[in-house]
Ligand binder design. Structure first.
Ligand code: NI
Length: 186
């Protein structure tokens, strides 16, 4: 469905030399869409990934999916380096989960598209992922701990799922209402 707001957002994103991208917040319907696979890994995509990373750092966040900045393509950026450590930018193009552990871990998650709202979410402690890297080369990785939690949270975005979707309808609606109020108040 066409929506004027998205056209305006897309025009803003298309401007050259613009590094910080607007982050969509719930209940923006674009966040519910299933993102499409990336066809080509080229310089234009790398520029976009760099802008995504800068946007994520500025927010600040540890992970960001392309759909959160208005482009529903299967692409994530992450950086789990702790304060004082060297930056560790990571790019995941067309990521796919190939295995998850039966054991679950609980983490108090937050999301740049659901500002100021946090909830305990259970996810597999470990997972294995295949993806294309920054240069379009096929890679696989075994994720554990916060890395596993974060990449699963980001991968959910590519399938239109936000962490609050795992909560009761009551809690989810409350979170969305709070975000709408927050955004309205600027
Ligand atoms: Ni998120």
């Amino acid at each position: 469905m066409y929506h004027i707001t998205y056209k305006l957002k897309a025009q803003r994103i298309d401007q050259k030399n613009m590094a910080l991208l607007p982050i969509l917040t719930v209940p923006d319907p674009l966040l519910k869409t299933v993102s499409s696979p990336v066809e080509t890994v080229d310089d234009a995509l790398r520029n976009f990934m760099d802008d995504m990373l800068e946007t994520m750092y500025a927010a600040p966040g540890i992970g960001l999916a392309a759909v959160q900045v208005g482009r529903p393509i299967r692409l994530l950026v992450m950086d789990l380096a702790e304060e004082g450590e060297a930056p560790d930018p990571q790019y995941y193009i067309n990521p796919e989960i190939t295995w998850t552990s039966e054991e679950l871990a609980t983490y108090n998650e937050g999301c740049l598209s659901v500002p100021d709202q946090y909830a305990d979410i259970d996810r597999p402690t470990e997972c294995k992922i295949t993806y294309l890297d920054y240069h379009g080369k096929k890679q696989k990785i075994h994720a554990t701990g916060l890395f596993s939690t974060c990449i699963q949270h980001e991968l959910d975005h590519l399938n239109g799922i936000i962490f609050i979707d795992y909560l009761s309808t009551l809690k989810k609606n409350m979170a969305v209402r709070k975000v709408k109020k927050l955004v309205k108040e600027g």
